[in-house]
Write a protein that binds this ligand. Structure first.
Ligand code: SAH
Length: 417
């Protein structure tokens, strides 16, 4: 990829690929072959698309068409098995993408059964932190870094992907906000993150159960067209089922409505984070534009499919929005909605003024919601030691820049207090 590409195959759907091949005077089945190569085989170069005649590949290259594969620039492994990838694009920009391997205790945030399953297996029985089997031997680490090819297929893993370089929403507790927004990702760049991680992990949907959450850097609903296009490509090209994907929004109300009308769409998660306008505006300035009433009307009118529900995320900030009365307000707000609540104790970060509440406070909040009949789950933080957890994605190369720290487990942050 030395020359800048004028267009990339990654990001093109069936129709665009059909148009591309027919313009080149090739039969339309070549479009299907490209689709297969790019999204299923996850090739990185035109040369690898062996189903295409050499002449056609050369023609594509000569006209500036390339695969446009995302490049893994850095890979950090957490003691809990989470991997944080720094993924770079053609223009030198990069985003973070997180791999959360099997054994997930509800952090998957897939808005489906994760919390329920974790709960029944006792993983989140009490407190904010669930136990995770630690890779305590070199063999364990090695296994995580270089999974053997013919190993047992992993249970359920989750990839958390980014939709923008940075974010414009400015939530006061989120590290990504400190970056501001640099640019939107293209559909190809969004899908490219998934392809790069699947390839690196040696897994392939649908045989491997992969969940996908649009919960990385950026606000997906402020990059709506590309996000929707990427979702379709992930379903039709990569082979990830719609019900295995969840998008999270900070609450861009008009887009929530538009999203409800989409034929192919992930499930919906809404970052609530506060139960009244005063508090929410303080924590999430976008609440001035789309306040709680507007948000909740959109949520109530959202056309849910069979066995679908909305997930509300709620970041708990010690002494700020974690009081028992706040829990009661949340219960009131969500009454009668087909929904569940994912509670996330604040993941700390430099420049973030808030504190992480104790496990007891988190459990108390959860209990109040449950007492009011609202399914509430505590999400286990993943990859906090490598700044891979919710709200910690900031292209924090400075967190661990030395080569020895890369591809190596580094010790976890001290437990919050
Ligand atoms: N912009 C979208 C997608 C990001 S999802 C959205 O806001 O929904 C990231 C989730 O992590 C959001 O629910 C957000 O509220 C939460 N989050 C942000 N910063 C956090 C932090 N420091 N600790 C814990 N969760 C955080």
């Amino acid at each position: 990829m030395s020359e800048p590409l004028t267009s990339t195959l990654l990001g093109m759907g069936r129709d665009e690929l059909t148009a591309l091949v027919s313009e080149a005077g090739e039969p339309s089945y070549r479009g299907k072959q490209i689709m297969e190569a790019v999204y299923r085989q996850r090739v990185e170069t035109l040369e690898e698309i062996s189903t295409l005649p050499q002449g056609f590949r050369e023609k594509l290259a000569a006209s500036g068409v390339g695969v446009g594969a995302a490049r893994i620039e850095q890979k950090l492994l957490s003691v809990d098995g989470t991997v944080r990838y720094l993924i770079g694009f053609g223009d030198g920009q990069s985003v973070e993408t997180v791999w959360m391997p099997e054994g997930d205790g509800g952090e998957a945030g897939d808005g489906s059964d994760a919390g329920v399953e974790a709960e029944s297996s006792g993983l989140v029985a009490s407190g904010a932190e669930a136990q995770f089997p630690m890779p305590d031997s070199d063999a364990g680490l090695e296994g995580l870094l270089h999974p053997p090819q013919n190993r047992v297929r992993p249970g359920r893993s989750t990839i958390c992907i980014s939709s923008q370089v940075g974010c414009a929403v400015d939530c006061q507790f989120c590290l990504t906000a400190l970056l501001g927004v640099k640019r939107n990702l293209t559909a190809g760049e969004i899908v490219g993150q998934v392809c790069a991680v699947l390839k690196d992990q040696g897994v392939s949907p649908p045989e491997d159960r992969i969940n996908l959450v649009f919960m990385g850097m950026g606000e997906p609903f402020l990059n709506y067209e590309n996000f929707i296009k990427a979702s379709r490509l992930l379903v039709e090209g990569v082979g990830i089922a719609e019900r295995r994907m969840t998008v999270s929004t900070a609450g861009i109300v008009p887009r929530i409505r538009e999203f409800g009308e989409e034929k192919i769409r992930p499930k919906l998660a809404i970052s609530l984070n506060a139960p009244n306008d005063e508090l929410r505006t303080r924590l999430m300035p976008l609440n001035k534009k789309w306040n709680l009433e507007m948000l909740m009307v959109a949520a109530r009118e959202f056309p849910l499919r069979t066995r679908e529900w909305i997930t509300f995320e709620y970041v708990l900030l010690g002494g700020v929005n974690d009081l028992p009365e706040n829990a009661r307000e949340v219960a009131e707000l969500l009454r009668g909605l087909r929904c569940k609540v994912n509670l996330i104790a604040l993941n700390p970060g430099p420049g973030i003024e808030f504190t992480t509440p104790s496990a007891e406070r988190v459990a108390a909040f959860q209990n109040i919601l449950r007492g009011a009949g609202i399914p509430a789950f505590v999400r286990r933080p993943r990859g906090r030691d490598i700044y891979a957890a919710c709200g910690q994605l900031k292209r924090t190369v400075e967190v661990a820049t030395s080569p020895e720290l890369q591809l190596q487990a580094i010790s976890p942050l001290a437990p919050e207090g």
